[in-house]
Write a protein that binds this ligand. Structure first.
Ligand code: SF4
Length: 115
């Protein structure tokens, strides 16, 4: 094996090692961000902002007389303002910074996800 072949193999090995290292770093950062979002405290129905928007942790418990535009199939999981991972029951919401909402929750700021 020539010195040129060894140098070429060495360069390829270190190049692949660098790419793998970047991939591991991205996975670690993504996992850390997901954990940070999951750690947000749950929005309480008695929270002043939540109560002002009629937030309920269970959409089926929304007061129909007070919110006649609410539809039974409207839930945070189908709202365009919910964030985070759809597999998580508690997720961040753009309307309630620093809090998380239930997938089956609802509030009057509901915006349907585009079809
Ligand atoms: Fe749920 Fe959407 Fe209201 Fe946030 S804005 S609490 S995701 S219905």
């Amino acid at each position: 094996m020539s010195a040129q072949t060894i140098n070429s193999s060495r360069r390829r090995f270190f190049g692949q090692l660098a790419v793998a290292s970047v991939g591991v770093a991205v996975v670690l950062v993504t996992t850390e961000q997901a954990s940070a979002q999951a750690a947000l405290p749950e929005l309480s129905e008695s929270d002043p902002t939540g109560a002002a928007l009629g937030y309920r942790a269970d959409s089926s418990k929304v007061d129909a007389a007070k919110y006649p535009n609410h539809k039974p199939d409207q839930m945070c999981s189908g709202c365009n303002l919910v964030q985070g991972n759809g597999a998580d029951d508690l997720r961040p919401c753009a309307i309630f910074p620093g809090k998380s909402v239930r997938n089956k929750g609802w509030c009057a700021a509901f915006v349907p996800k585009p079809a």
